[in-house]
Design a protein around this ligand. Sequence first.
Ligand code: GAR
Length: 196
Amino acid sequence: MKRVAILISGSGSNMVALADSMTGDHPARPVLVLSNVPGAGGLAKAEARGIDTAVVDHKAYPGDREAFEAALIERLDAAAPDVICLAGFMRILTPRFINHYAGRILNIHPSLLPKYKGLDTHARALSAGDAEAGCSVHEVTAELDGGPILGQARVPVEPGDTAETLAARVLPMEHRLYPAVLARFVTGDRTPVALP
Ligand code: GAR
């Protein structure tokens, strides 16, 4: 059985989708949900599912990203994860962290990469007049939002869309895409998933 750790910073809806997918004959199980934000909504959702949780608060390491990541690595290594899923984890990770788990970190990003790396993806898609938007799951490498794409889901942009309405259309697709990619990834299958 593959062991999956999930890193969150907020409400954890993608974490829930991932955790709830890992049941029955799925080849993986969630072993830890870790947040850098104390009180993040996703922590209670993980606890309700009986998943171990942890908090490594980046604010406890002001100006010292190295010490923050050392604490993160220590807690994660204690859970011996085979795969680490970033699910709305809003801290940039350094090459030191990424190299420690090379080839084992996935991220979900709310754009059709390589478009709109970074923040405010939906607003940027609307400003650009894009006809479609979506989300991507990719392997995490040292380049921000730049690793190999393992799956994408597309939605249409509708007239009158705001960043909020577009996000509300993309999020349910995130919840389908991420479990679909993870299910392949844990078996060593890196064939990209395309939704719908
Ligand atoms: C999701 O939309 C995810 O794609 C995005 O944050 C949200 C987290 O929601 N991630 C990023 O923007 C990463 N740069 P959730 O906590 O409900 O899963």
